[in-house]
Ligand binder design. Structure first.
Ligand code: AMP
Ligand code: MG
Length: 327
């Protein structure tokens, strides 16, 4: 199959393909998504095939209007409405009790469904033009870093999907927060673009807890580049990074350091995460993919402070890492 590369003025072509049961990749404010009609089992099956995604890893349904929710969920508690009012459209996914019309293939057989309203103007126009709820995970091969540009999507999906809408790099760069609203208090299943601090200032929220049952799909390897990722955290991280760099050099390995701009050093290839955590969020997946394009053996990453969006970034970096060294 030839993958059509569309520009944002060709949304009608993409919407028609979606209505015909095809898969289309599109930009959101987090990462590029791989969309299909959420109510069409055959169309959704194409997403799982293109990504190589395990069948028990449920998908997020994207909507643009609360009117669409009546067909998808049986209802929601008042605190969920507070969060919808505050964070939609935006990178917050709510897990709610599902209507029977939502096919099992979307939810991995669960009786709940994950929903969000994206804020990217191209995503909103596409959802409006298609007039359908769109199931869309990130448009990468399962296990690879999420795509934040059309180029990343084409690396993984060219020839496997009908089309992609190329609207340049996404803004936020890191996936949505997934919040289970079927338990009290609500529980964060996956940290994301809306932070624990923002949520808990409005409603009672439990953060992802050690020992708690993992979110469905969380057991699968994630975000991994080909290079071995060594994540170094803690007060003595810089000294440990020196040791790691020396060890790589002694073994003749091609290594790079990935860190905030302040930590740049001249003796090793530097993957610049930017001046602060919000810039880092928009860059990490690109930098991990760049490490592969450079043919690196090892990417040494300096950990970030685990507050706000830093917490989300560290969640993804831990998943990408082969080794985590706490100093
Ligand atoms: P992705 O689309 O790859 O960003 O991942 C979506 C994630 O949302 C899944 O891996 C699950 O962890 C979570 N999720 C989706 N649907 C549900 C659900 N019904 N219940 C709990 N978590 C869900
Ligand atoms: Mg994903």
């Amino acid at each position: 199959m030839l993958t059509q590369v569309l520009n944002p003025s060709q949304i009608d072509i993409a919407a028609t393909l979606l209505r015909q049961g095809e898969c289309v990749a599109f930009p959101t404010e987090t990462v590029y998504g791989l969309g299909a009609n959420a109510l069409d089992e055959k169309a959704v099956a194409k997403i799982f095939r293109a990504k190589g995604r395990p069948a028990d890893n449920p998908l997020i349904i994207h909507c643009h209007s609360r009117l669409q929710l009546a067909d998808l969920v049986t209802g929601w508690p008042p605190q969920a409405e507070v969060l919808m009012d505050t964070f939609w459209p935006g990178p917050l996914t709510l897990v709610l009790p599902k209507q029977p019309a939502v096919p099992d293939i979307v939810t991995g057989g669960l009786n709940t469904v994950a929903l969000r309203f994206p804020s990217h103007p191209v995503a909103i126009s596409l959802l409006q033009a298609a007039g359908l709820p769109i199931a869309a995970p990130s448009a990468n091969i399962s296990g690879r870093p999420s795509p934040t540009s059309a180029q990343h999507v084409l690396e993984d999906m060219s020839g496997k999907i009908a089309a992609i809408i190329d609207a340049g790099p996404t803004g936020g760069g890191i996936e949505s927060t997934v919040l289970d609203c079927t338990v009290s208090p609500f529980r964060i299943l996956r940290p994301g673009g809306v932070t624990y601090e923002e949520l808990s200032s409005l409603v009672a929220v439990k953060d992802t807890l050690e020992g708690a049952p993992p979110a469905p799909g969380a057991q699968y390897g994630h975000y991994s580049p080909v290079a071995r990722v060594v994540l170094v955290t803690g007060d003595r991280a810089k000294a440990e990074i020196n040791r790691q760099i020396d060890a790589c050099k002694a073994q003749g390995m091609k290594a790079a350091l990935m860190a905030l701009t302040d930590s740049r050093r001249p003796d090793i290839h530097f993957l610049d995460m930017g001046r602060d955590v919000s810039v880092a969020a928009s860059r990490i997946y690109h930098l991990l993919r760049q490490g592969d394009a450079l043919g690196l053996d090892v990417i040494i990453i300096e950990g970030l402070p685990e507050k706000g969006i830093g917490r989300t970034i560290m969640d993804r970096l831990r998943k990408a890492a082969a080794i985590v060294i706490n100093t």
